[in-house]
Design a protein around this ligand. Structure first.
Ligand code: HEM
Length: 479
């Protein structure tokens, strides 16, 4: 590739390409690649593996815009990505390209824009906060026991998204969670093991293991069977009662369109559960962690909540309406800032269909992968300035008004961008703000352990905190 800029970023060896470096740094993939990208002039690096597989990783907003929007048709998810997740996700919206994706996107975007879905989502979250989350925190405060906030939020999000996706309450948080617990565990295992397939040094290794039904592939198939059985049962019974069904959940809305087979309905529902499950819990876990070392931010959030309560004659513990959630500009900024440094989906990969040149001059050949690195982008001086690694919610506020400003999704692709932009963005912010506000006004979290050094993370499809977030809970004294 004569026109390829000389600087490849990654150290490359004859024959072996970047592989030795990859194997050495696989356990700290995000920080390793962030370091490499920030040291290259256009924040883009070429990745070489033995044989013919190549790709690029970029943290350059112009390249991201090119891939996600301007030349969208040239950068599908691609057959490799789709085949890795296909056993689990089938061809649901999250794991399809072309017409199959377009049809689902159209129906889903229509539904995600309805007021009825928005209200259903807010009501569902409000009920769960009042009946499950707050009682658990009250108990923890009373007993003084250490609580894992990440685990609590994951359970909350799982119950919540199951209710929104197919109006089923698995009761993983607080409830006895017997049937739902098994479903959640199987879902979790299927997501982790499917995403583990991306980390094989040799792409086909998983196929051999799958063929012989060995090790992790054996486990994966078992967990997928559990997830599919649970979902199939619900879909079947829902279809039988179709005529009188007036539920607001996503499954009912998709059944109502009469366009989908039972199998595709299952794929759609599973895709939505995956999308809504670990993302908000990941964002909030890191948010509560950064808050522990930023008491002045916590104070400003509490002041904002108090102002809203006073304006609307509300008491602590009353549910917040959609309009009130919208008024929480500082909280919005504080959550966005946490996601800038700890994006729930830290990297995302597309396939290149035809040879192309990126806006920064990097050549990309047909069949290469193109990864945009959201985690690295949050830490690029070229995008956020010299204080890029500091947690400063104020950088999100419009001068003078105190309103939270919109950032270009190509500089901040936390929710993706372009035609495949996350459909649940508003839903996610509403849910996260509702939880953060209700929890913070009543309770204080005393984070256990080191508050200054960033905890490690586990990389599955989302960025999870290694070991969870251990806190002691105290009831807040409101003076
Ligand atoms: C903080 C929370 C969230 C973040 C950071 C987030 C981020 C993302 C990202 C990066 C993608 C692109 C993934 C890809 O194409 O590879 C995506 C897609 C998607 N998200 Fe979210 N998401 C969040 C919450 C939600 C929620 C609550 C839902 C609701 C169920 C949702 C529904 C979707 C759907 C359906 C897609 C696929 C869109 C398509 O391919 O056309 N997301 N999200």
């Amino acid at each position: 590739y004569p026109n390829q800029p000389k600087i490849t970023g990654f150290k490359s060896y004859p024959l072996l390409g970047t592989l030795p470096e990859f194997l050495k740094n696989r356990h700290r993939f995000l920080d390793w690649t962030t370091g490499v990208l920030s040291a290259t002039p256009s924040n883009t690096a070429v990745f070489r593996r033995p044989g013919k597989v190549h790709g690029i990783i970029t943290a350059n907003p112009a390249n991201v815009e090119h891939v996600l929007k301007t030349n969208f048709e040239n950068y599908p998810k691609g057959t490799k990505f789709i085949s890795l997740l296909e056993d689990f996700l089938g061809r649901g919206i999250f794991n399809s390209d072309g017409d199959l994706w377009r049809v689902q996107r159209k129906t889903a975007s229509y539904e995600f824009n309805t007021k009825s879905l928005r209200n259903f989502v807010i009501d569902t979250a409000t009920v769960e906060i009042r009946t499950r989350l707050v009682p658990i925190l009250e108990k923890a405060a009373e007993s003084g026991r250490v609580l894992d906030v990440q685990d609590m939020l994951e359970r909350f999000a799982f119950d919540n998204i199951c209710k929104v996706a197919f109006n089923v309450d698995p009761g993983c948080l607080g409830g006895d969670g017997t049937a739902g617990g098994e479903f959640m565990r199987a879902f979790e295992e299927a997501a982790t093991l499917s995403s583990g397939r991306f980390m094989y040094a040799f792409h086909h290794l998983y196929k051999i293991k799958k063929y012989f039904n060995m090790g992790s592939e054996h486990k994966l198939m078992k967990s997928i069977a559990t997830v599919h059985e649970f979902a199939d049962k619900i879909i079947k019974s829902r279809m039988e009662e179709k005529s009188e069904n007036k539920d607001e959940d996503l499954l009912s809305r998709f059944i109502g369109t009469d366009k989908m087979s039972t199998e595709l309905l299952r794929d759609v529902v599973i895709s939505f559960i995956l999308a809504g499950r670990d993302t908000t819990s990941s964002a909030l876990t890191w948010f509560f962690w950064v808050l522990a070392s930023n008491p002045e931010v916590e104070k400003k959030i509490l002041n904002e909540l108090e102002t809203i309560r006073n304006r609307n004659a509300k008491r602590i513990g009353d549910a917040y309406s959609f309009e009130e959630l919208r008024e929480m500009h500082y909280l919005h900024a504080a959550i966005s800032e946490a996601m800038r440094l700890y994006p729930p989906v830290p990297v995302d990969t597309k396939a290149c269909l035809n040879d192309d040149v990126m806006p920064d001059g990097t050549f990309v050949a047909k069949e290469w992968f193109v990864t945009y690195h959201t985690y690295a982008m949050g830490r690029m001086e070229s995008i956020w300035g010299s204080d890029c690694c500091e947690y400063k919610p104020d950088r999100w506020l419009e001068n003078g008004t105190g309103f939270c400003r919109q950032e270009s999704p190509f500089r901040f692709p936390v929710f993706h961008a372009g035609p495949r932009m996350c459909l649940g963005k508003d839903m996610a912010y509403n849910q996260m703000k509702s939880i953060a506000a209700s929890v913070m006004e009543r309770f204080e979290f005393d984070v256990q352990g080191d508050k200054e050094t960033s905890p490690g993370h586990l990389l599955s499809l989302t960025l999870r905190m290694k070991g969870g977030l251990a806190v002691k809970v105290r009831e807040r004294c409101m003076g």
